[in-house]
Design a protein around this ligand. Structure first.
Ligand SMILES: [Zn+2]
Length: 326
Protein backbone atom coordinates (compact mmCIF):
# COMPACT_ATOMS: atom_id res chain seq x y z
CA UNK A 1 0.00 0.00 0.00
CA UNK A 2 2.81 2.34 0.82
CA UNK A 3 4.59 1.65 -2.43
CA UNK A 4 2.26 3.87 -4.43
CA UNK A 5 3.92 6.11 -6.98
CA UNK A 6 5.46 9.14 -5.35
CA UNK A 7 3.91 12.47 -6.14
CA UNK A 8 6.53 14.29 -8.16
CA UNK A 9 6.02 17.81 -9.35
CA UNK A 10 6.39 17.93 -13.13
CA UNK A 11 9.93 18.56 -14.24
CA UNK A 12 11.30 18.71 -10.71
CA UNK A 13 14.16 16.33 -10.06
CA UNK A 14 15.34 18.47 -7.12
CA UNK A 15 15.41 18.01 -3.36
CA UNK A 16 13.34 15.31 -1.71
CA UNK A 17 10.80 16.28 0.95
CA UNK A 18 7.77 14.91 2.78
CA UNK A 19 4.86 16.19 4.80
CA UNK A 20 4.83 15.38 8.52
CA UNK A 21 1.64 15.44 10.60
CA UNK A 22 1.43 15.45 14.39
CA UNK A 23 -2.17 14.53 15.16
CA UNK A 24 -3.35 14.78 18.76
CA UNK A 25 -6.70 14.99 20.49
CA UNK A 26 -6.71 18.80 20.62
CA UNK A 27 -4.40 19.98 17.83
CA UNK A 28 -3.17 18.90 14.40
CA UNK A 29 0.24 20.28 13.39
CA UNK A 30 1.54 19.84 9.86
CA UNK A 31 4.94 20.56 8.38
CA UNK A 32 6.88 20.28 5.16
CA UNK A 33 10.28 18.71 5.88
CA UNK A 34 13.25 18.21 3.57
CA UNK A 35 15.53 15.21 3.43
CA UNK A 36 17.98 16.87 5.80
CA UNK A 37 15.29 17.12 8.49
CA UNK A 38 14.83 20.87 8.06
CA UNK A 39 11.28 22.09 8.61
CA UNK A 40 10.49 24.35 5.63
CA UNK A 41 6.99 25.41 6.70
CA UNK A 42 4.40 24.55 9.34
CA UNK A 43 0.75 25.18 10.01
CA UNK A 44 -1.81 23.86 12.49
CA UNK A 45 -5.49 23.69 13.33
CA UNK A 46 -7.65 22.46 16.22
CA UNK A 47 -8.67 18.80 16.00
CA UNK A 48 -12.44 18.59 15.35
CA UNK A 49 -12.45 15.58 17.68
CA UNK A 50 -16.19 15.41 18.30
CA UNK A 51 -16.98 15.68 14.58
CA UNK A 52 -15.42 12.28 13.89
CA UNK A 53 -12.51 10.71 12.04
CA UNK A 54 -13.49 11.83 8.53
CA UNK A 55 -13.76 15.45 9.64
CA UNK A 56 -10.33 15.16 11.28
CA UNK A 57 -8.81 13.78 8.08
CA UNK A 58 -10.47 16.57 6.06
CA UNK A 59 -8.59 19.05 8.27
CA UNK A 60 -5.34 17.16 7.66
CA UNK A 61 -5.93 17.42 3.90
CA UNK A 62 -6.68 21.14 4.22
CA UNK A 63 -3.42 21.68 6.12
CA UNK A 64 -1.50 19.80 3.42
CA UNK A 65 -3.18 21.95 0.77
CA UNK A 66 -2.23 25.07 2.71
CA UNK A 67 1.41 23.98 2.88
CA UNK A 68 1.69 22.90 -0.73
CA UNK A 69 2.37 26.39 -2.13
CA UNK A 70 5.37 26.47 0.23
CA UNK A 71 6.87 23.69 -1.82
CA UNK A 72 8.88 25.32 -4.55
CA UNK A 73 9.19 23.67 -7.91
CA UNK A 74 12.51 22.10 -6.92
CA UNK A 75 10.93 19.91 -4.24
CA UNK A 76 10.10 16.29 -4.88
CA UNK A 77 7.45 15.46 -2.26
CA UNK A 78 7.43 11.71 -1.76
CA UNK A 79 4.81 11.14 0.90
CA UNK A 80 2.79 12.04 3.97
CA UNK A 81 3.97 10.69 7.31
CA UNK A 82 1.77 10.86 10.38
CA UNK A 83 2.25 10.50 14.09
CA UNK A 84 -1.24 9.87 15.43
CA UNK A 85 -2.97 9.22 18.71
CA UNK A 86 -4.00 5.63 19.33
CA UNK A 87 -2.57 2.20 18.65
CA UNK A 88 -1.36 2.30 15.05
CA UNK A 89 -0.38 -0.62 12.84
CA UNK A 90 2.64 0.93 11.15
CA UNK A 91 2.67 -1.67 8.37
CA UNK A 92 -0.84 -0.79 7.15
CA UNK A 93 -1.24 2.73 8.67
CA UNK A 94 -4.51 1.68 10.30
CA UNK A 95 -5.74 2.83 13.72
CA UNK A 96 -6.25 -0.46 15.58
CA UNK A 97 -7.66 1.02 18.76
CA UNK A 98 -7.96 4.37 20.43
CA UNK A 99 -9.70 6.16 23.25
CA UNK A 100 -12.86 8.02 22.26
CA UNK A 101 -11.06 11.37 22.39
CA UNK A 102 -11.55 11.46 18.62
CA UNK A 103 -15.00 10.11 17.77
CA UNK A 104 -14.74 6.98 15.64
CA UNK A 105 -10.92 7.08 15.40
CA UNK A 106 -10.46 3.34 16.06
CA UNK A 107 -10.63 1.41 12.79
CA UNK A 108 -9.66 4.36 10.59
CA UNK A 109 -7.61 3.38 7.52
CA UNK A 110 -5.26 6.36 7.45
CA UNK A 111 -3.47 5.25 4.28
CA UNK A 112 -6.63 4.84 2.21
CA UNK A 113 -8.47 7.86 3.59
CA UNK A 114 -5.54 10.24 3.19
CA UNK A 115 -4.46 8.90 -0.19
CA UNK A 116 -7.97 9.66 -1.44
CA UNK A 117 -7.70 13.21 -0.14
CA UNK A 118 -4.08 14.06 -1.03
CA UNK A 119 -2.91 11.57 -3.68
CA UNK A 120 0.15 10.95 -1.53
CA UNK A 121 1.44 7.64 -0.16
CA UNK A 122 0.89 7.54 3.60
CA UNK A 123 2.78 6.02 6.51
CA UNK A 124 1.83 6.32 10.17
CA UNK A 125 3.02 5.47 13.66
CA UNK A 126 1.82 6.33 17.15
CA UNK A 127 2.62 9.96 17.99
CA UNK A 128 5.17 9.12 20.70
CA UNK A 129 7.06 6.93 18.24
CA UNK A 130 7.03 9.88 15.82
CA UNK A 131 8.61 11.99 18.57
CA UNK A 132 11.24 9.33 19.13
CA UNK A 133 11.92 9.00 15.44
CA UNK A 134 12.44 12.75 15.12
CA UNK A 135 14.89 12.86 18.00
CA UNK A 136 16.70 9.76 16.71
CA UNK A 137 16.90 11.10 13.15
CA UNK A 138 18.07 14.64 13.82
CA UNK A 139 17.62 15.56 17.48
CA UNK A 140 19.19 14.58 20.79
CA UNK A 141 19.73 10.95 19.76
CA UNK A 142 21.00 11.60 16.22
CA UNK A 143 23.57 9.02 15.19
CA UNK A 144 22.68 6.60 17.99
CA UNK A 145 21.88 3.02 16.98
CA UNK A 146 20.02 2.25 20.19
CA UNK A 147 18.10 5.08 21.84
CA UNK A 148 15.32 5.28 24.41
CA UNK A 149 12.87 8.18 24.49
CA UNK A 150 10.60 8.72 27.48
CA UNK A 151 7.97 11.43 27.00
CA UNK A 152 6.59 12.87 30.25
CA UNK A 153 3.73 15.28 29.63
CA UNK A 154 -0.06 15.09 29.89
CA UNK A 155 0.46 11.35 29.66
CA UNK A 156 3.58 9.22 29.55
CA UNK A 157 4.80 7.20 26.60
CA UNK A 158 8.04 6.18 25.06
CA UNK A 159 9.88 4.80 22.10
CA UNK A 160 12.80 2.41 21.90
CA UNK A 161 14.60 2.96 18.61
CA UNK A 162 16.99 0.43 17.13
CA UNK A 163 18.96 1.72 14.14
CA UNK A 164 16.47 4.58 13.92
CA UNK A 165 13.41 2.32 13.78
CA UNK A 166 10.78 2.58 16.58
CA UNK A 167 10.12 -0.83 18.10
CA UNK A 168 6.35 -1.04 17.95
CA UNK A 169 6.07 -4.64 19.12
CA UNK A 170 4.12 -7.74 18.15
CA UNK A 171 0.76 -6.15 18.98
CA UNK A 172 1.62 -2.56 17.97
CA UNK A 173 1.53 -1.35 21.58
CA UNK A 174 5.27 -1.19 22.25
CA UNK A 175 6.27 1.99 24.07
CA UNK A 176 3.43 2.21 26.61
CA UNK A 177 5.96 3.18 29.26
CA UNK A 178 3.38 5.11 31.28
CA UNK A 179 1.94 1.74 32.23
CA UNK A 180 5.16 0.52 33.84
CA UNK A 181 4.89 -0.36 37.53
CA UNK A 182 6.23 2.40 39.76
CA UNK A 183 7.09 1.87 43.43
CA UNK A 184 5.89 5.43 44.07
CA UNK A 185 2.41 4.88 42.59
CA UNK A 186 1.19 2.01 44.76
CA UNK A 187 -2.59 2.15 45.01
CA UNK A 188 -2.90 5.21 42.75
CA UNK A 189 -5.36 4.71 39.89
CA UNK A 190 -4.01 5.02 36.36
CA UNK A 191 -5.74 6.19 33.17
CA UNK A 192 -5.76 2.54 32.00
CA UNK A 193 -7.98 1.54 34.93
CA UNK A 194 -5.23 -0.29 36.82
CA UNK A 195 -3.28 0.98 39.79
CA UNK A 196 0.37 1.62 40.51
CA UNK A 197 1.54 2.70 37.07
CA UNK A 198 4.12 5.40 36.37
CA UNK A 199 1.65 7.69 34.58
CA UNK A 200 -0.52 7.83 37.74
CA UNK A 201 2.23 9.59 39.70
CA UNK A 202 4.61 11.19 37.17
CA UNK A 203 2.52 12.64 34.32
CA UNK A 204 1.91 16.39 34.58
CA UNK A 205 -1.74 16.22 35.70
CA UNK A 206 -0.87 13.35 38.08
CA UNK A 207 1.74 15.52 39.81
CA UNK A 208 -0.91 18.18 40.39
CA UNK A 209 -3.38 15.55 41.66
CA UNK A 210 -0.74 14.22 44.05
CA UNK A 211 -0.13 17.76 45.33
CA UNK A 212 -3.84 18.12 46.12
CA UNK A 213 -3.92 14.64 47.70
CA UNK A 214 -1.02 15.65 49.94
CA UNK A 215 -3.16 18.52 51.19
CA UNK A 216 -2.02 21.22 48.77
CA UNK A 217 -3.88 24.47 48.18
CA UNK A 218 -7.02 23.84 46.09
CA UNK A 219 -6.60 27.30 44.57
CA UNK A 220 -3.61 25.94 42.61
CA UNK A 221 -5.24 25.21 39.26
CA UNK A 222 -2.73 23.02 37.46
CA UNK A 223 0.80 21.64 37.26
CA UNK A 224 2.19 24.91 35.93
CA UNK A 225 0.81 26.88 38.91
CA UNK A 226 2.02 24.17 41.25
CA UNK A 227 5.51 24.26 39.75
CA UNK A 228 5.62 28.02 40.30
CA UNK A 229 4.68 27.40 43.95
CA UNK A 230 7.51 24.86 44.22
CA UNK A 231 10.06 27.41 43.00
CA UNK A 232 8.58 29.91 45.47
CA UNK A 233 9.52 27.43 48.19
CA UNK A 234 6.20 25.76 49.05
CA UNK A 235 7.00 22.38 50.62
CA UNK A 236 4.06 20.32 49.31
CA UNK A 237 4.60 21.59 45.76
CA UNK A 238 8.29 20.69 45.99
CA UNK A 239 7.34 17.26 47.32
CA UNK A 240 4.86 16.51 44.51
CA UNK A 241 7.26 17.72 41.82
CA UNK A 242 10.10 15.71 43.37
CA UNK A 243 7.98 12.54 43.57
CA UNK A 244 7.00 12.85 39.91
CA UNK A 245 10.60 13.39 38.79
CA UNK A 246 11.86 10.60 41.05
CA UNK A 247 9.30 8.16 39.59
CA UNK A 248 10.29 9.12 36.03
CA UNK A 249 13.98 8.66 36.90
CA UNK A 250 13.39 5.27 38.53
CA UNK A 251 11.48 4.16 35.41
CA UNK A 252 14.27 5.41 33.15
CA UNK A 253 16.82 3.50 35.23
CA UNK A 254 14.75 0.31 35.19
CA UNK A 255 14.22 0.56 31.43
CA UNK A 256 17.95 1.15 30.97
CA UNK A 257 18.66 -2.06 32.88
CA UNK A 258 16.43 -3.96 30.44
CA UNK A 259 17.24 -2.25 27.13
CA UNK A 260 20.83 -0.98 27.60
CA UNK A 261 20.42 2.01 25.24
CA UNK A 262 23.28 4.24 24.14
CA UNK A 263 21.30 7.30 25.21
CA UNK A 264 18.11 8.11 27.14
CA UNK A 265 16.19 11.19 25.99
CA UNK A 266 13.38 12.75 28.01
CA UNK A 267 10.76 14.83 26.23
CA UNK A 268 7.30 16.23 26.94
CA UNK A 269 6.08 19.18 28.95
CA UNK A 270 7.72 18.17 32.24
CA UNK A 271 11.26 18.59 30.89
CA UNK A 272 10.65 22.33 31.19
CA UNK A 273 10.01 22.05 34.95
CA UNK A 274 13.55 23.00 35.91
CA UNK A 275 16.12 21.64 38.35
CA UNK A 276 13.67 20.58 41.07
CA UNK A 277 12.28 18.03 38.60
CA UNK A 278 15.54 17.17 36.81
CA UNK A 279 17.45 16.66 40.08
CA UNK A 280 14.76 14.19 41.15
CA UNK A 281 14.99 12.41 37.77
CA UNK A 282 18.76 12.04 38.19
CA UNK A 283 18.33 10.84 41.77
CA UNK A 284 15.77 8.23 40.70
CA UNK A 285 17.90 7.11 37.77
CA UNK A 286 21.04 6.73 39.91
CA UNK A 287 19.13 4.75 42.52
CA UNK A 288 17.89 2.25 39.94
CA UNK A 289 20.42 1.87 37.11
CA UNK A 290 22.96 -0.90 37.65
CA UNK A 291 26.64 0.06 37.91
CA UNK A 292 27.65 -0.24 34.22
CA UNK A 293 24.81 2.15 33.32
CA UNK A 294 25.27 4.83 36.00
CA UNK A 295 26.80 7.19 33.44
CA UNK A 296 23.69 7.03 31.24
CA UNK A 297 22.01 10.07 32.85
CA UNK A 298 18.91 11.05 30.82
CA UNK A 299 19.24 14.14 28.61
CA UNK A 300 16.55 16.54 27.36
CA UNK A 301 15.07 16.30 23.86
CA UNK A 302 16.18 19.08 21.51
CA UNK A 303 13.54 19.34 18.77
CA UNK A 304 10.72 20.71 20.93
CA UNK A 305 7.27 20.89 19.37
CA UNK A 306 8.58 20.01 15.90
CA UNK A 307 9.85 16.56 16.94
CA UNK A 308 6.79 14.59 15.87
CA UNK A 309 6.42 16.50 12.58
CA UNK A 310 10.05 15.78 11.75
CA UNK A 311 9.77 12.16 12.85
CA UNK A 312 6.56 11.62 10.87
CA UNK A 313 8.17 13.02 7.71
CA UNK A 314 11.16 10.84 8.60
CA UNK A 315 8.98 7.78 7.95
CA UNK A 316 9.72 8.63 4.31
CA UNK A 317 12.98 10.54 4.59
CA UNK A 318 15.15 8.93 7.27
CA UNK A 319 17.22 6.19 5.64
CA UNK A 320 16.84 3.64 8.39
CA UNK A 321 13.05 3.73 8.52
CA UNK A 322 12.75 3.44 4.74
CA UNK A 323 14.48 0.09 4.95
CA UNK A 324 11.91 -1.14 7.46
CA UNK A 325 8.95 -0.05 5.34
CA UNK A 326 10.26 -1.01 1.94
ZN1 LIG B 1 -1.76 2.32 33.44
Amino acid sequence: MNNATAWVRPGSPGRTAAFGIDLGGTKIAAGLVDSGGTVLATTSAPTPATAGAKAVLDVVAALIAALTPSADAELNIIGLGMGAAGVIDAASAKVLSATDTILGWAGTDLAAELYTRTNLPVRAVNDVHAHGLGEAWCGAAAGKDNALLLAVGTGIGGSHLLHGVPQTGAHHVGGHMGHFASPLATGVRCSCGRTGHLEAIAAGPAIHRNYLALGGDSAVADTRDMTARAYAGEDLAIQALHTGGLAAGIAAGSLANILDPELIVLSGGMIGAGDLWWDAVREGFSSEAIDPLQHLIPVPATLGNDAAIIGAAGLFLADNTNKDHA
